[in-house]
Design a protein around this ligand. Sequence first.
Ligand code: 13P
Length: 215
Amino acid sequence: MFVLVNLKAYPCDPVAVATAAHEVSDATGVRIAIAPQAARLSAVADTGVETWAQHVSPVEHGSHTGSTLAEAAADAGAVGTLLNHSENRLKLADLDASLDAAERADFETIVCANNPDQIAAAAALDPDAVAVEPPELIGTGTPVSKADPDIVRDAVDAAAAVDDSVDVLCGAGISTGEDLASAQDLGADGVLLASGVAKADDPKAALEDLVEPVA
Ligand SMILES: O=C(CO)COP(=O)(O)O
């Protein structure tokens, strides 16, 4: 199971969370990555943790003020990127161009989507993985694996029907080992989470509990 912690714009210490994630990943062998703000990619990557961008812009080198250039994120130490998160939705043409940008930077990619139909459409764009995250559950602490298990099962089936090489993650409200185990039982290859770790008093303890079922 792959665990990707999206720090969003939460007021946490990304280096402290990254250090904790690296320690837990090393101790358990579970793959854990951290996606900080773009400005903190280098500091997070310097901890040795697997580091991802939260987004890369649909642009190449050039006059693109304010963009997040994939090649610059790679130079900062990122090895993958989320795309089309519900909090940073892309038009279809831009999502396709951002995937091209990620490919130029040799990034692994996860395209986020709300539901199985969108998962199928995202899988058709040939990302490495897709992540189903019902926006109404994001940040609630109510795990998608418990609140709506069918959406996870159906997302796994929808992606497989398009391209069975595309991994499927699920997210929204995931925070405990029980949530991760449920996601695995529903066929997910990993989980995407944010507040369960970014807002935890003890991120290391939160991560140790999260990965315990697969450690
Ligand atoms: O948006 C998410 C991960 O990208 C999920 O957020 P929460 O884990 O806070 O529900």
